[in-house]
Design a protein around this ligand. Structure first.
Ligand SMILES: Nc1ncnc2c1ncn2[C@@H]1O[C@H](COP(=O)(O)OP(=O)(O)OP(=O)(O)O)[C@@H](O)[C@H]1O
Length: 243
């Protein structure tokens, strides 16, 4: 059954270009909460610290918190982009991620080829995948660009293609960053119904956003992060009122 289990999950990023001792000292003194020196004397940013939470079937979780709180890092970690340096993480279920516009796309392949590949990955036959590519390709409005390499796409086109690819996947665990809801207003107005279906069909939604109207509309639970830690976790209204 789809679920997420995080136990003392910790993510750190090493800052490689910090050889000068005086600079290192000054920086560490200024930000003792987020920056520390690790065993190899590197300065590291503590992006996520000791996160423990579980998400089960049917939950729609908003990740909220100020700039740099750790929302995107947590989404990327759930998607398998970053490896934890500490703790344990288990994400069970087919993951669909609308986090980084170009993630998971082969830049040299065409949009159609990328969509077909997702279909095959999901277990559809080649004919079914091709049919899916026609359907979601037409919907995405990429038109003739569907048959040119993705590396030539504009940012907006990549958003459209990510959405088409996620639709084909029918993910059980949907991970979404707010840029996706914010950009390309004309497309989103058209895509809203399909997006709502993607969200309701998914067993779990994790959405990072600054927009509290979006949290209230889409989510049942909110996790507030502050400087890489969980400071509140519960029903949406309780967490938002607490801010
Ligand atoms: N690749 C990276 N290398 C070094 N530090 C990073 C990296 N990615 C994130 N960080 C740091 O990790 C912390 C959390 O960043 P993150 O992008 O997850 O925050 P956020 O809550 O999504 O912020 P925002 O709302 O501004 O997008 C920040 O201190 C950031 O500087």
């Amino acid at each position: 059954m789809p679920h997420i289990l995080a136990n003392q999950l910790t993510i750190e990023f090493p800052l490689y270009h910090m050889g000068a001792r005086s600079l290192k000292k000054r920086i560490l003194a200024k930000s003792p909460l987020r920056l520390r020196e690790d065993a190899s004397h590197r300065v590291v940013v503590s992006a996520l610290r000791d996160l423990t939470f579980q998400v089960g079937r049917g939950e729609r979780v908003a990740l909220v918190g100020g700039n740099g709180a750790g929302k995107t890092t947590l989404l990327r970690t759930l998607a398998g982009v970053y490896q934890p340096v500490g703790g344990r993480l288990e994400v069970a279920g087919l993951i669909g991620s609308l986090i980084d516009p170009s993630a998971g796309m082969d830049q040299e392949s065409t949009g159609r080829e990328n969509i077909v590949l997702r279909g095959l990955f999901r277990g559809l036959s080649e004919a079914e995948s091709e049919a899916m590519a026609d359907e979601v390709g037409a919907f995405s409005g990429l038109n003739e660009f569907l048959d040119v390499p993705v590396r030539t796409y504009s940012a907006g086109m990549q958003v459209r293609l990510s959405f088409a690819m996620a639709t084909v996947m029918e993910p059980e665990v949907l991970l979404m960053d707010e840029w996706f809801l914010a950009g390309d207003a004309a497309f989103m107005a058209k895509a809203r119904e399909k997006l709502a279906k993607l969200v309701t069909d998914a067993e779990i939604l994790v959405l990072a956003t600054h927009d509290m109207a979006v949290v209230r509309e889409w989510c049942t639970r909110a996790i507030r992060l502050e400087a890489g830690r969980i400071v509140a976790d519960g029903p949406v209204e309780a967490v938002l009122e607490d801010a």
